[in-house]
Design a protein around this ligand. Structure first.
Ligand SMILES: Nc1ncnc2c1ncn2[C@@H]1O[C@H](COP(=O)(O)OP(=O)(O)O)[C@@H](O)[C@H]1O
Ligand SMILES: [Mg+2]
Length: 247
């Protein structure tokens, strides 16, 4: 359903994404793991052109985009098809929770206020925030803000949801509520690429884990294969030190 081929990106001569290939099936949850600096964020950001990849192609449901010759129209198409949730919530501070979720529906999808309100309310209900619709971000907890950000992304009915360390900025006691909402979206069939360091969560939701190292996929497989039986020396080392620090 989604094919990424030869995705390459350099920052001042350093290859941060090195001819990456990835196929994702509809409904699949792919987790991207790897050390800090491996290229995980650059990968996600390149897919919806928040970073300008040097070369490579993405094919989503038959719509093929070549990053080398991408047009403004294609950038808008990618951003409609790929919604992103960032580590730092990125909500509009001057809009309520409902206003935040409605924004893209009105501006990008050009829905009427009535239609946008209806969808936004449904999405906020799904993440358990019906009672916070009229709250401004400053009156929400970090976990609630991130659930608004998730509702806002899901409201756009993206082909793929991109999640870049969605719980890393949260106090530990708020991680669970956000992970539950992500898991619910996964269960409902939302295709996603998830960057996370929370391996128990990754093991719970991911169909496939990709281990990224210096902009290349060094190893991939099921959570059981990658977390418990890694093959490559570097992957073994990563999970051994991970288990020492967190388990
Ligand atoms: N805007 C930028 N300018 C220069 N170098 C960058 C920029 N963004 C990321 N990098 C570099 O690219 C590499 C990969 O970064 P990143 O994708 O953020 O890794 P990760 O998300 O896996 O921690 C790092 O070496 C980082 O310093
Ligand atoms: Mg990152």
């Amino acid at each position: 359903m989604i094919s990424i081929r030869n995705l390459t990106k350099e920052f001042s001569g350093q290859k941060v994404l090195d001819s990456l290939d990835l196929d994702i099936q509809k409904g699949e949850v792919v987790a991207l793991v790897g050390a800090s600096g491996a290229g995980k964020s650059t990968f996600l950001r390149s897919l919806n052109y928040l970073e300008e990849a040097d070369s490579g192609t993405i094919d989503i449901d038959g719509i093929k985009v070549n990053f080398e010759s991408i047009t403004t129209e294609e950038i808008l198409t990618l951003r409609r098809k790929l919604a992103m949730v960032f580590q730092q919530f990125n909500l509009f501070e001057r809009r309520t929770a409902l206003g935040n979720v409605k924004e893209g529906l009105k501006v990008v999808k050009k829905l009427s206020d009535e239609e946008a309100t209806q969808i936004a309310k449904e999405e906020l209900a799904k993440v358990g925030l019906s009672d916070r619709e009229n709250h401004y971000p400053r009156h929400l907890s970090g976990g609630q803000k991130q659930r608004v950000a998730l509702a806002r992304a899901l409201a756009m009915k993206p082909d793929v949801l991109l999640l870049d360390e969605p719980t890393s900025a949260l106090d530990p006691e708020l991680v669970g509520e956000v992970e539950k909402s992500i898991a619910d979206a996964a269960k409902s069939g939302q295709t996603m690429i998830l960057v996370s360091h929370d391996m128990s969560f990754v093991a719970q939701v991911a169909d496939k884990i990709l281990f990224l190292e210096k902009g290349k996929i060094l190893e991939q497989g099921t959570p059981e294969q990658i977390i418990n039986h890694p093959q490559e020396a570097r992957t073994k080392e990563f999970f051994a030190s991970y288990k020492k620090s967190y388990l």
